[in-house]
Design a protein around this ligand. Structure first.
Ligand SMILES: [Zn+2]
Length: 292
């Protein structure tokens, strides 16, 4: 099953659901960054949350998440666009923790439990809106839910998960249910009940259930209006050799010259995607010639 995202609402316009499968993009992130199991579970949930939040919060631009907790994983950075791309990294990708008391990866202990989640919304107009909430647990889903409740006082349900085996990511994905104005308690109870009996998101994925099937299961009892067809999503970064070269221009000419003459090169790695960039001596001398 390819990674995809689907948006729907109940036909009475009171409940919005965004649902996504992210298995391949989380596996892509695991390989790029050489993530431990715990770090894969944590970044996998955060990437999935970014993918789900982007089309909920904006039509253009991007949403950036920064989990800044007191756990050994350090900060977790994700940004996602409503066009279906996402990228992200963790500060300490090798950190591995024992499973928690429920037998799950200890994402809460790796990220938090204390600290903040900062959400920066850039809706393409050049203005950024920054909100910061205290972490609930560092488990990601609960923290993102707190942000949504804080940001517009409306209730929501956030589910994000990644199932791993020794071979890598077997299934990853999640959903956000938004309660729009004038929602009624009866419908919410029905959906909460559906989600309780729904079981594990990644378990249903591994049994081959598609996004539409899962969506209808969550909204059992309500008429469903599809707002989008299933759209592809992927891990994609904005970096390039050209951008890396441009970034070197902020250095004074003397420093670029010393990079060329003493090191014979400049090299760097993109935090977000771990791509390695190398600029040779001749190119550096060109840049030094053009620098002020
Ligand atoms: Zn990159």
């Amino acid at each position: 099953m390819k990674d995809g995202i689907l948006k729907a609402m109940t036909s009475d316009g009171k409940i919005l659901v965004v649902i996504a499968t992210t298995t391949h993009l989380v596996e892509d992130a695991r390989k790029r960054h050489g993530l431990s199991f715990t770090a894969t579970a944590a970044l996998g949930r955060a990437l999935t949350a970014g993918v789900l939040l982007a089309p909920v919060l904006c039509r253009e631009g991007q949403v950036a998440l920064r989990f800044d907790g007191n756990g050994p994983l350090g900060k977790v950075f994700v940004d996602a666009s409503p066009k279906g791309t996402v990228r992200g990294y963790v500060e300490n990708p090798q950190v591995e923790l024992p499973l928690n008391s429920l037998g799950n990866f200890d994402v809460g202990g790796a990220i938090g439990p204390d600290g903040t989640l900062q959400v920066t919304l850039d809706n393409g107009t050049g203005r950024c809106y920054v909100s910061t909430v205290e972490l609930v647990s560092g488990e990601v889903g609960e923290d993102v839910n707190r942000y949504l409740v804080y940001s517009d006082q409306a209730g929501s349900i956030v589910v994000v998960g990644a199932h791993l085996s020794k071979n890598g990511v077997e299934a990853a994905g999640g959903l956000i249910v938004r309660l729009l104005p004038d929602h009624d308690e009866e419908t919410i109870c029905q959906i909460e009940n559906n989600i309780t009996t729904f079981g594990s998101f990644t378990f249903l994925m591994r049994r081959g259930m598609g996004l539409e099937g899962m969506l209808k299961r969550i909204l059992t009892g309500s008429d469903v209006l599809m707002l989008t067809e299933e759209k592809p999503i992927s891990f994609a970064c904005k970096c390039s050799k050209e951008r890396f070269t441009e970034a070197l221009k902020i250095f004074p000419k003397s420093e670029i010259l010393s990079m060329a003459e003493e090191d014979g090169q400049a090299e760097g790695r993109c935090h977000y995607c771990n791509e390695y960039y190398h600029i040779g001596k001749d190119r550096l001398l060109d840049l030094a010639g053009g620098a002020i």
